[in-house]
Design a protein around this ligand. Structure first.
Ligand code: HEC
Length: 112
């Protein structure tokens, strides 16, 4: 294999193993106990994958009316899912994750 072919092969291997999630900007970390503007947070940090504030599916599933229990949602937000969703456990305090779960539970379809 010549150098160029090797480079191409390495590049292809890297591109293939790079999870889509790793290409997303890291979540801005808010200081603990600072109230979150969850709607804004969703638009900026989660909306890339969870469309319309979580009301619709995108790269990730619809969150409104989730059949999952709070523990599942908390675990997914904090730990993410390999190759699918980044982990946000280092970005948000437990209280902030609770606020995010409350936001998800309160989601309603747009009126009109
Ligand atoms: C890079 C895309 C991406 C981003 C950014 C993202 N998610 Fe996700 N999320 C996903 C995917 C994909 C899944 C489904 C994972 C699976 O297969 O179980 C998911 C699943 C979830 C679930 C579980 C829902 C269910 O029914 O399985 C919750 C809750 C969730 N995300 C919340 C969030 C929150 C809150 C944020 C922002 C702080 C966020 N996500 C950012 C891609 C993303």
């Amino acid at each position: 294999m010549n150098g160029t072919a090797l480079q191409a092969a390495v590049f292809a291997a890297l591109a293939w193993t790079m999870p889509a999630a790793a290409q997303q900007p890291a979540a801005p970390s808010a200081p603990d106990n600072e109230p979150l503007n969850v709607g804004q947070l969703f638009a900026s940090t989660c909306g890339f994958c969870h469309s319309d504030g979580g009301r619709a599916a995108g790269r990730g599933p619809q969150l409104m009316d989730s059949p999952r229990d709070d523990e599942f949602l908390r675990n997914r937000i904090k730990n993410g899912k390999n190759g699918a969703m980044p982990a946000f456990g280092a970005s948000f305090s437990d209280a902030q994750v609770n606020e995010i779960i409350k936001y998800i539970r309160a989601l309603k379809p747009h009126q009109g």
